[in-house]
Design a protein around this ligand. Sequence first.
Ligand code: ACO
Length: 328
Amino acid sequence: MGIRIKGSGRYVPEKILTNDDLERMVDTSDEWIVSRTGIRERHLAAEGETTSDMAAKAAQKALENAGITADALDLILVSTVTPDHIFPSTAALVQRKIGAPKCPCFDQEAACSGLLYAFNTAYGLMASPLGYKRVLVIGAEKMSSLVDWTDRSTCVLFGDAAAAFVLENDGNPETKDFYVAGEIGADGEWADILCVPAGGSACPASHRSVDEKLHFLKMGGPKTFHMAVLAMTNACRAVLAKSGVSKDDIAWAVPHQANRRIIDAVAERLDMHDKVYLNVDRYGNTSSASIGICLDELNQSGRLKQGDLVLAASFGAGLTWASMLIRW
Ligand code: ACO
């Protein structure tokens, strides 16, 4: 069909919160955080800086990298669990901020699996009779807005960032699609182990919801850890089997950057340690943005060449999981 990733971009806020900083905020230590998670620092949005601000900055860079302007876009899709508002969509705010035309805009929510879900959605819509030619796909998160900064079991894990991609259908049947194979899934039986209890229709904002800190992220850490290893390993195996591609032919394995130990456990099961890209030490878990930041770092540093195969994998609240074999 000729659908390619034409450009990528990222935005990471300037402010850095180190493990030393966290030691002064809660009862934790650099040693605990590094040994249990691999995280050394994370970036936090500035006061007043929103998810759509970060998304728009990443989008501008992706457009530049693709060599097109915003007026060429047919669709904007934002993956986020930290939208600026419940409505309007963050995608609509990005449209306004980057000066895109009145193209369709919507948000997609699959937590940390969101970017890979969004790639699937965008590809499906581009290949459908709707026939969109240029689509902006963004993963953007202000996780710091969901974190209880007095809860040491979660506040050490997350960071803020955005990554954006321009997908283009050049209409040339000779061009190989970026989408080689994919697997997405969810198991709602585990919906409660990772959630933000209040702020939705189940528990609208009230004095009680604020007093009981129900607007913050809650997580069953060890259970999430166990499910993450299982789901990412199985999803990667399914994608490799569907595509018929040998893991030896893969240039990079790009896992969701939630925890170094989860990544190591999956890499060991797949025997792919030498291919794994890691940056969790610098950003922590940026949810929807995480895989996008990795891909853009690889792209901008010249470590991804056209035609390279990348195996990406993720998991997140829902529980959701996703794996995708991408041809760069
Ligand atoms: N500093 C010091 N001690 C801590 C900290 C901390 N920051 N956090 C927890 N502890 C303590 C606990 O209180 C516990 O103490 P206890 O034994 O006295 O009760 C001890 O450390 C062990 O706690 P565990 O939770 O069992 O630690 P574990 O080794 O499982 O690591 C972690 C916790 C890092 C959260 C791990 O379970 C994990 O990474 N889980 C997956 C999280 C994840 O990836 N979530 C991503 C999804 S996000 C999304 O989808 C939006």
